[in-house]
Design a protein around this ligand. Structure first.
Ligand SMILES: Nc1nc2c(ncn2[C@@H]2O[C@H](COP(=O)(O)OP(=O)(O)OP(=O)(O)O)[C@@H](O)[C@H]2O)c(=O)[nH]1
Ligand SMILES: [Mg+2]
Length: 339
């Protein structure tokens, strides 16, 4: 395989979607932390002197702690080159999000564990479902008291009409949130202090019995976990990668973006379960990412980022495969992609 093909296969481009405030920007920031793109994570609503989230770069975003415009961020992790499209949840900026979703090969749907599926999540999910892209679910804010885990899954399945397959399972929530149980490995990962989410922290992988005997989780949590796993094994959909890649089954993960718990576990599985850039349909036929011809799709124009307007372009080209902010020096004719 040529080097260029290998390069293309290492690419992952995904959008993060949800109702406002579910934690998209916070999760994006933590991906950057684990990718080594930043070594200290900022917060969405930092004090005047504190660091802010990298993707909320506009003054209004820093002041109000909300995302107004979609941001594209690139980082490397475990040999992959990852492009994240952090989208705004607020409905006033939905147009921006809809267009940005056209550039994504998959989507991460963030759900607040104390709220479940909310209005904007429903709308954005529909856009992703129409494109049949893989949709991964990250149930966030487990560091706060959460709804019952089975109820959260029921809510997703009933409200959005997509079967779910939990890849891991939370142990406790709020102050009692201890870690997640990995169904494939049959192991528990517990988390250490992450300095309020600014640092990576360390994790410990133990068996269910070990976790209880060493006091990592309480006896009650162990009993509850064993019961829940038994119930889940009988009730949840089997993992099927084909169904995931067609957007017909959503793998579900649990964690807390604020404290970083469960973020790296999610990232690892996500990279394993997603594919490299897919062919796109355009007005001149299907465009293969491995094709030798240049092709690009302008999905966003940002007027106030630099002195000159910037165009965000998804580029297909054998010589270069990049998703970057391109400052347009000279206008080019681009094909219109319809998928
Ligand atoms: N307790 C807790 N708070 C969180 C978590 N993740 C995010 N938050 C907080 O929730 C608020 C919203 O987080 P953001 O990351 O800005 O949410 P968003 O989805 O990007 O919001 P919009 O871009 O405005 O749609 C902030 O105050 C975060 O600190 C979490 O895991 N736990
Ligand atoms: Mg945001």
């Amino acid at each position: 395989m040529s080097d260029i093909k290998k390069e293309i296969e290492k690419r992952r481009t995904f959008a993060i979607i949800s109702h406002p405030d579910a934690g998209k920007t916070t999760l994006t920031e933590k991906f950057l932390l684990y990718g080594g793109a930043i070594n200290l994570a900022g917060s969405v609503k930092g004090k005047a002197t504190a660091r802010h989230a990298v993707s909320d770069w506009m003054e209004i975003e820093k002041e109000r702690g909300i995302s107004v415009t979609s941001s594209v961020l690139q980082f490397n992790y475990d040999g992959y080159c990852i492009n994240i499209l952090d989208t705004p949840g607020h409905q006033d900026f939905s147009e921006d999000t809809y267009r940005t979703l056209m550039a994504a090969d998959s989507a991460v749907m963030v759900i607040d564990a104390s709220k479940g599926v909310e209005a904007q999540t429903r709308k954005l999910f529909k856009v992703c479902a129409m494109r049949h892209i893989p949709i991964f679910t990250f149930i966030n804010k487990l560091d706060r008291d959460a709804n019952d885990t089975f109820d959260l899954l029921d809510d997703i399945e009933k409200e959005l009409g997509i079967p779910t397959c939990p890849i891991n399972w939370p142990i406790g929530s709020g102050k009692e949130f201890r870690g997640v149980y990995d169904r494939r490995e049959d192991k528990i990962t517990t988390f250490s202090d992450t300095m309020k989410g600014t640092k990576e922290g360390t994790t410990k992988v133990v068996s269910i019995d070990e976790a209880a005997s060493t006091g990592e989780i309480s006896e009650e949590q162990q009993t509850q976990l064993v019961e829940e796993i038994e119930l889940l094994d009988g009730a949840s959909a089997e993992f099927d990668i084909d169904a995931v890649s067609k957007g017909e089954l959503s793998p579900v993960f649990f964690g807390s973006a604020l404290t970083n718990f469960g973020v790296e576990i999610f990232l690892k599985y996500f990279l394993e379960m997603t594919s490299s850039p897919l062919p796109r349909v355009s007005d001149v036929g299907v465009i293969d990412p491995f094709s030798e011809d240049f092709s690009a799709f302008v999905f966003k124009i940002q007027a106030n980022m630099n002195k000159a307007p910037c165009e965000f372009v998804r580029v297909s080209l054998t010589l270069i495969w990049k998703l970057l902010m391109y400052r347009v020096i000279r206008r080019c004719d681009f094909h219109s992609h319809s998928r």
